[in-house]
Design a protein around this ligand. Structure first.
Ligand code: ADP
Ligand code: MG
Length: 311
């Protein structure tokens, strides 16, 4: 559906985006994950032909949109990071206004407005003026504008920043539903790894203008070392139990905590039985043994040495 080749954007001496290669298959939800300032919005602006790249190409259905930007309008819907709505108009009036820009008319426009209001859950607020809306409702209407002309693909730039958890969940569920029911292709940009993890089939991780890793969730998590972190909860942490764990050569790290012990072991090594034997020997009552699986946050930390949300 979309292919990005060696995309680059330079502002004066600095690269906002450098050597970015990406693709999206039809019907995929692809995540673009990265901290603030990574170059996500600049990339998206080039994909939607709002910003002209310094170098590289963007192909939509095998046709360069850099050379021929006119065709993308019909196929692509873009939800910008900044809300672009008229605060003094109602939800419905906003949709009508933007629909007309997309050259929708008459009965078709009316039908699309009704469908979109239903999709974004604002049917009962259609007559209300946008400036009375919560942040989450404005975000939803912003998404509705991008869906009006029934695009095959939608690009969303951090659509959940600064809104309440309920609206956030609503947006995530809506995106998932549109993808599953209508086969909508989605490029979802965020610095929240949980959202990307929940929604996306494949993920590109971006930092300082470049893609530093890409793949499915599992592939990305496999970048992490071949170790598992196991959290053992016990009724009372006894020294004898700690000593037994420390004496085991396959256990790489033992860290005593208030209500238990965290250990690090090789991934393929299953030592549930051993742990219970040690607990019995040390007369320690086990409450739980949990393998903590790595998150995309851990992957980012591993690749860059920084947390996603430092900045
Ligand atoms: P993100 O969306 O991931 O937070 P941006 O694409 O907005 O990142 O920004 C990437 C980098 O490019 C930042 O360092 C930003 O300051 C810079 N940048 C973005 N737009 C411009 C511009 N119009 N002029 C100069 N620098 C810019
Ligand atoms: Mg941005």
């Amino acid at each position: 559906m979309l292919e990005v080749v060696q995309l680059e954007k330079k502002y004066k001496q600095t690269f906002a985006v450098q050597g970015v290669n990406m693709f999206l298959e039809k019907g995929e939800i692809v995540g673009l994950l990265g901290p603030n300032g990574a170059g996500k919005s600049t990339t998206i602006s080039m994909l939607s032909s709002l910003v002209v790249p310094t170098a590289g190409d963007v192909k939509l259905l095998n046709e360069s949109i850099i050379k021929n930007p006119r065709n993308i309008r019909e196929i692509l819907g873009v939800v910008p990071q900044e809300i672009a709505l008229y605060p003094d108009l109602s939800a419905e009036e906003n949709l009508r206004f933007f629909g007309e820009i997309y050259r929708l008319k008459g009965a078709n426009l009316k039908k699309r407005i009704n469908e979109v209001l239903e999709q974004i859950g604002l049917t009962d607020r259609r007559k209300d003026i946008v400036k009375t809306f919560s942040g989450g409702m404005k975000r939803r209407l912003n998404i509705g504008v991008a869906l009006l002309h029934n695009p095959e693909m939608i690009i969303m730039d951090e659509p959940t920043v600064g809104i309440d958890p309920q609206s956030r969940n609503y947006i995530l569920e809506t995106v998932k539903k549109l993808n599953q029911e209508r086969g909508l292709t989605v490029l979802y940009t965020s610095h929240y790894m949980e959202e990307v993890e929940f929604l996306c089939d494949r993920i590109y991780i971006m930092d300082k203008g470049s893609i530093i890793a890409s793949g499915t969730k599992d592939e990305l998590k496999n970048i992490l070392s071949s170790e598992n972190t196991i959290s053992i909860k016990v009724e009372r942490v006894k020294e004898e139990f700690i000593n037994l764990l420390q004496a085991d050569p396959t256990i790489r790290q033992v860290k005593a905590e208030e209500h238990g012990v965290t250990i690090i072991v090789p991934k393929e090594y299953n030592l549930f039985k051993k742990i219970s034997q040690m607990a019995e020997e040390a007369e320690t009552n086990l409450i739980s043994i949990d393998v903590k699986s790595p998150t995309l946050e851990d992957v980012f930390l591993h690749l860059t040495g920084r947390a996603l949300r430092d900045n």
